[in-house]
Ligand binder design. Structure first.
Ligand code: ZN
Length: 292
């Protein structure tokens, strides 16, 4: 089912962002950023808001985002986009010393078949690997646990640290995503072209789970977000006829006969965030997992 959730409650990443902000002793600000009013629903400058175009789907696969410290606060974080599109997206802050009880309960829930998405190269021989065939929907509509993809959301160095220092993940099989197309995400500098951002990793997971339509929708959503982010950075107007917007519209309409709800906007009050320009220029590393 496809939904337009523009007036829906904040999703898991938005709630995690709010919780992280509540713990901050001072407002989060990227280095060198000026301040403009941003939409709380999509984090973009209000004039470039994408909330009315957002579509969320109920999918068989789910996502569990483990987010490093300030990752939920970064305007360029793409884990947010996964929660925009995939209804069953969970998000937790990562800590080296403990795990959220809700995270542990999620990983134990028998409805899910969790696996950690991380490069398989160099793993201990005893570490189980996720079987791609087991991610596909069972034949004949039989009951089977649903894939739950655990994504480590941070810079590449942070993701490695989270993988190595999370004993509560050690029993889970690892899903490696070697190969694939070069990343199209350009808001943060990647040290290699084949290092994907978090939403690109999620789209690949959805393909492996047999959900190519939602994978395409998520990639198109990333494309529109990137375009609007760049336009706002350059202080240029929105282009309603852009290829990114037309691609998203085509995918949204092909999945549902429900017409867009129009110019509905987030019910949440606007927020102040730093300008994306300085952030993109000053954020080293990568937001996501390298497929090695
Ligand atoms: Zn918005």
């Amino acid at each position: 089912m496809t939904q337009n959730p523009t007036s829906a409650p904040p999703h898991a990443v938005a709630r995690l962002r709010d919780a992280r902000l509540a713990r901050s002793s001072k407002p989060f600000a990227a280095r060198g950023g000026s301040r403009r009013v941003h939409c709380a629903g999509c984090r973009l400058v209000s004039s470039h808001c994408t909330c009315a175009l957002r579509r969320q789907r109920d999918t068989r696969a789910g996502f569990c985002l483990l987010m490093h410290d300030i990752e939920p606060l970064k305007p360029s974080n793409t884990g947010w986009l996964i929660a925009d599109v995939v209804a069953d997206t969970h998000a937790f802050g990562w800590a080296r010393t403990s795990a959220d009880p809700a995270l542990l309960a999620l990983l134990r829930n028998p409805q899910w078949q969790p696996c950690v998405v991380f490069p398989a190269e160099g793993l201990a021989p005893s570490r189980p690997l996720a079987c791609h065939a087991a991610l596909q929907p069972p034949a004949g509509g039989a009951d089977a646990p649903r894939p739950l993809f655990v994504l480590l959301d941070g810079t590449w160095a942070e993701a490695r640290k989270m993988f190595r220092h999370s004993p509560w993940l050690e029993h889970l099989p690892v899903l490696g995503l070697e190969g694939g197309a070069p990343s199209r995400y350009r808001l943060r500098r990647a040290s290699q072209d084949d290092q994907w951002c978090t939403s690109e990793v999620a789209a690949r997971c959805l393909e492996l789970a047999g959900d190519a339509p939602t994978a395409a929708l998520l990639n198109a959503w990333l494309g529109l977000f990137t375009e609007r982010y760049d336009l706002a950075r350059q202080q240029r107007a929105v282009r309603p006829d852009s290829a990114a917007q037309r691609r998203l519209a085509a995918l949204s309409e092909s999945a549902s006969s429900t017409a867009p709800a129009g110019a509905a906007t987030s019910a949440r009050p606007p927020i102040l965030l730093p300008e994306p320009a300085a952030l993109a220029a000053s954020t080293p590393g990568l937001c996501a997992l390298a497929p090695s």
